[in-house]
Design a protein around this ligand. Sequence first.
Ligand code: PLP
Length: 421
Amino acid sequence: MIESSVWHPFTQHGLGEAIPLVTRAEGAVLHTADGRRIVDAISSWWVTTHGHRHPRIVAAMREQAERLDQIIFAGWTHEPAEELARGLRAMMPDSLTRVFYSDSGSTAVEVALKMALGYWLARGEARHRILVMEHGYHGDTIGAMSVGARGVFNRAYAPLLFDVETVPFPAAGHEQATLGALTRACAGGEAAAFIVEPLVLGAGGMLVYPAWVLCEMRAICAAAGVLFISDEVMTGWGRTGTLLAGEQAGIVPDILCLSKGLTGGAVPLAVTMASEAVWAAHYSRDRATMFFHSSSYTANPLACAAAVANLAIWREEPVLARVADLGARQAARLAGLAAHPAVSGVRQIGTIAALEIGGRDGYLSALGPGLLRFFGERDLLLRPLGDTVYVMPPYCIGDDDMDRVYAAIGEACDLIAAGKF
Ligand code: PLP
């Protein structure tokens, strides 16, 4: 442990939380300066899909660093950005013809929102309202917070957030209420776009809903001409069992946000992919228009090279077979805990497994911080969302490490059930 002046995100410095110093990582394992071997059971915030330091991604970044490190990306281009765009077009739905680069999931969402507003402005329609789903999470920048759930984590910034219209989460037995609310919200010609996490709401508690609901929601938006923004920042790159979660509902959005696993989790990069109609609306022949969004490091060549390598891994290695295998291994272990008296619910979709321990009372629940410490003491990187413990490991995690993760969760459940936690 070190003395430090670093200010960490989502960390309770006030409680004097010890901060481990990580010096090396490979696969699903982190090594710390004080010799601990830690299992990264959440893929370092859901990014390291293939595990830490996949050799092809490391090599691609190293080679790129020898040629071109950084170049302004506004009217200038470079080969990794072009190759990545070609690769994404080949892999992603045909109708998503345009690739806009940014640096994080949050910025991919900001860009999507700006594209949606720009689209309607260019068409001369006053559609400004964004529709969102209850419990959604889309990042921590101002726009991304505006379209996400309001809670303790962003209450202080409420005056900065814009108004949205929220449809209820389609909990089991309440799907029609969601569809009815979305239909009403789309009526009246004021809605610009609906943004949603497909099939599973991540930071909202790993809340899963059925593919048919996603399919119906897509149809409702299409019928009303409301743009459909699919935020696959978490779900993309195989997390739910398919390359994109939207595939399971047979849907194609107007705008798609991707990040996290885009570079295999090695370096920051995001893309917002848009339909030709969204792109074309921004560039008419009689107006000198442009899209007003950039950042200094947009489409950094090293990051693009890492993402090109990730796409090659997807093309040439059996990634979806690994995903299916991990899903089955998660299911087997989850089943062993489902009936535990401390567990009030289990959920799984693809490689994502979640257990509700105790009641669901949000981020500052009594159990959350205690569980975080408990898992840390057992050399596990697991960050419960309130009382929801979830496991989302790299696809390469070994059985022994999975066993350690689930043994610790079981131990925590035993203590909780015995009133000793
Ligand atoms: N959208 C979704 C669905 C996410 O899960 C996240 C992050 O967890 C984001 C957006 C924000 O991504 P980032 O943390 O890279 O800004």
